[in-house]
Design a binder for this molecule. Structure first.
Ligand code: NAP
Length: 333
């Protein structure tokens, strides 16, 4: 029997979720909800989804469609109310990032999830880049020695320039609807990937931001300095003002690794001695493919729902990434 799947928010990323479910043989797309009839109908036509809801009727969809699974791909301020309604209707949730925009919302979801036996996934698809598995092995096997510093740079020219949301609402630049700026948008990906590679972060130690290219209230450039539990220093730098780039640099006592995620040859390293390591050789042999990491995440989520197992990226991963941004914001003067 196939899982009954619904989706809320038939925008740019919602469409990518829908294509993932469409390809998964264990799923049947049964309903789609969006703010406007136009967006919901467009997705329904494109993916052959029988039921369509718009306006506030996403609540009705969750109540009436007997869904097994829902993807939440709406603007950030709606993630928590939609998640809560889904949990109350016993629907397993894949929620887009950030899963919430306040600490209070995180607490509300956590409390409710503890009362139910549901699968919750946070949409951190960067973990599914196969290269990350190689990098994690390099770190865990101490090829780079003790890791002392990690830097993650992630930029593009911003929503509506580099990334094309589909909704006419232009909510990304509305501080109420987005809940934050580039840190809450891109920074949460960085910290999730770094937590996956290096473990938990503890303290936020420094923060700087400005609004230099978009005419918005929130930050469009942002740096966060922080610390991991093992004392490694971390630095996340995100921007909606610079050319698209995504680079991770890992500094250890025995070597340095640079991962340029936009390059066809993503890995470079210092020193030459590192090439003797089988782990480095394996990582160098990796050729970036055309596979969609979002589809890998959806396949994993569906497998977890079918087999009733909660794996990562789970609620805690979504919570910690959101906390990272919110704690950094508390440094704002
Ligand atoms: N994981 C990633 O890498 C990644 C990448 C991009 C985006 N995202 C996340 O995905 C989410 C959506 O972003 P997007 O770029 O897809 O934006 P988008 O194209 O603007 O899509 C937002 C969707 O939400 C719908 N919506 C708004 N209010 C609603 C309501 N009250 N009820 C039902 N639907 C409602 C909109 O409907 P209308 O079209 O009818 O207005 C639109 O379809 C955001 O949280 C974003 O952070 C994640």
């Amino acid at each position: 029997m196939k899982l009954r799947v619904g989706l809320i928010g038939a925008g740019g990323f919602g469409n990518l979720h829908l294509s993932g479910y469409k390809k998964n043989e264990n799923c049947e797309l049964v309903a789609v909800a969006s703010r406007t009839e136009q967006s919901a109908t467009r997705a329904s036509g494109k993916f052959n989804i029988p039921k369509v809801y718009w306006g506030e009727d996403w609540r009705k969809m969750l109540r009436e469609e007997k869904l097994d699974v829902v993807s939440i791909c709406s603007p950030n301020y709606l993630h928590t109310p939609m998640t809560i309604e889904a949990i109350n209707n016993n629907v397993n949730v894949l929620c887009e990032k950030p899963i919430a925009i306040s600490m209070k919302e995180l607490e509300e979801i956590e409390k409710l999830l503890q009362q139910k036996n549901l699968i919750f996934f946070s949409s951190f698809q960067k973990r599914y880049n196969p290269l990350m598995v190689y990098i994690k092995k390099i770190i865990e096997n101490e090829v780079l020695g003790k890791i002392t510093l990690v830097r993650y740079f992630f930029s593009h020219l911003g929503p509506y320039t580099s990334w094309r949301p589909l909704s006419q609402q232009k909510w990304f630049f509305d501080s109420e609807m987005a809940g934050g700026g580039v840190l809450l948008d891109l920074g949460v990906h960085c910290i999730d990937t770094l937590r996956y590679l290096l473990g938990e972060f503890t303290e936020i130690e420094g923060y700087s931001q400005n609004t230099s290219c978009k005419n918005i209230k929130n930050e469009d450039n942002c740096n966060v300095l922080f610390r991991f539990r093992n004392d490694t220093i971390g630095f996340v730098s995100v921007s909606w003002c610079n050319e698209p780039a995504e680079v991770i640099e890992i500094f250890g006592t025995k070597g340095i690794l640079k991962i340029d995620l936009h390059s066809s040859e993503p890995l470079s390293y210092i020193s030459r001695k590192l090439k003797r390591s089988e782990y480095i050789k394996d990582a160098l042999a990796y050729e970036p493919g055309s596979g969609r990491t979002q589809h890998s995440l959806i396949d994993h989520f569906i497998d977890c729902v079918l087999n009733k197992k909660q794996e990562h990226p789970n609620f805690k991963d979504g919570k910690r990434a959101t906390e990272f941004a919110l704690k950094a914001y508390s440094f704002k003067k």
